[in-house]
Design a protein around this ligand. Structure first.
Ligand SMILES: Nc1ncnc2c1ncn2[C@@H]1O[C@H](COP(=O)(O)OP(=O)(O)OP(=O)(O)O)[C@@H](O)[C@H]1O
Ligand SMILES: [Mg+2]
Length: 285
């Protein structure tokens, strides 16, 4: 259990504390969050209120939460331990049938959240403000990041029509688990600066187009990851990106840029990964 505990803790990049315990004969994970408590509370509410979705492949559920303790300086809660595959592991351990099922499931998920969204005008200023925040926080030396910020400012000169509504908020492969009984569990929901299903589209692109979850893997595993993502690619990503072209373009750029201030100066892999993703993004439009 110690080994598994270390693995779970090591998988966290947000500074949260995760602990695997045994309670009443069952394994549970306790998570304690110390940063941005108000936002973490709203994110947890999203996880708790998520309605199960049935799809032609996996049933999508959120990991149930219990024993929520709200303190002024931290938020603590407990979840059952979900024994499944997710994160980078799914890209090299998941076979063709997992890839196919994941594609069907994510397509159904995206269609579902999109159909529940309500279109609203969103002012370009909302994005300029976010960009200003990112610019102020960024102290790195990448040459691509400032170019991408300029490009995003340029795109934010317009107003947009977004489908607004429910979304996971941080839908990368690291925040899902697929279990043997054909369930896809969502966890680590995130309240974004804009609540739109397009947030989930750009997060999935972060993995499926740019390989975020396996960026640290060796070449052969990264290649396996790419192959898995090709088989599992939900075509709803492309369809929605065509339907909301300028919205996805800007949100995608901002989503990538938001990573920039948090990259440690020693983490060359992530900086190169980001520069590459941003370059492709700037030049693809
Ligand atoms: N209930 C659970 N059952 C099984 N594994 C879990 C559970 N909760 C978290 N994990 C594992 O721990 C990892 C980190 O958890 P989580 O995503 O909630 O934390 P985080 O600190 O927000 O991480 P990050 O910032 O990297 O997304 C997950 O990717 C998953 O592998
Ligand atoms: Mg996570």
């Amino acid at each position: 259990m110690d080994k598994l505990n270390k693995k779970i803790q090591a998988a966290s990049h947000s500074g949260a504390k995760l602990n695997l315990n045994r309670r009443d004969g069952r394994f549970v994970v306790t998570k304690v969050i110390y940063d941005s408590i108000a936002r973490a509370n709203n994110s947890l509410t999203k996880q708790a209120q998520f309605n199960e979705m049935r799809t032609g492949a996996y049933n999508i559920c959120s990991v149930p939460v219990s024993d929520i303790s709200r303190q002024p300086d931290c938020l603590e809660f407990t979840m059952p331990f979900i024994d499944g595959i997710g994160g980078d592991v799914i890209t090299y351990k998941g076979n063709k049938s997992v890839a196919d099922s994941l594609r069907v499931t994510l397509n159904a998920y995206l269609l579902n959240v999109l159909s529940m969204g309500k279109e609203e005008v969103v002012l370009g200023d909302k994005f300029s403000e976010k960009l200003q925040e990112i610019k102020a926080k960024y102290t790195g030396s990448s040459l691509v990041v400032p170019l991408a910020i300029d490009k995003a400012y340029e795109l934010a000169q317009h107003n947009f029509i977004f489908p607004m509504g429910d979304c996971h908020g941080d839908l990368t492969l690291s925040n899902i688990k697929v279990t043997q009984d054909n369930k896809l569990f969502l966890f680590d929901f995130l309240e974004g600066f804009i609540e739109t299903p397009l947030q989930d589209v750009v997060k999935l692109k972060q993995d499926f187009d740019y390989g975020w979850s396996f960026r640290h893997e060796k070449k052969n595993l990264a290649l396996k990851g790419k192959m898995f993502c090709e088989s599992a690619y939900p075509d709803m990503i492309s369809t929605i990106s065509r339907l909301y072209k300028s919205e996805v373009e800007l949100l995608e750029l901002i989503n990538l840029l938001r990573i920039a201030p948090y990259i440690k100066s020693t983490d060359e892999i992530t900086q190169n990964w980001l520069d590459n993703a941003l370059s492709k993004n700037i030049h693809s439009n």
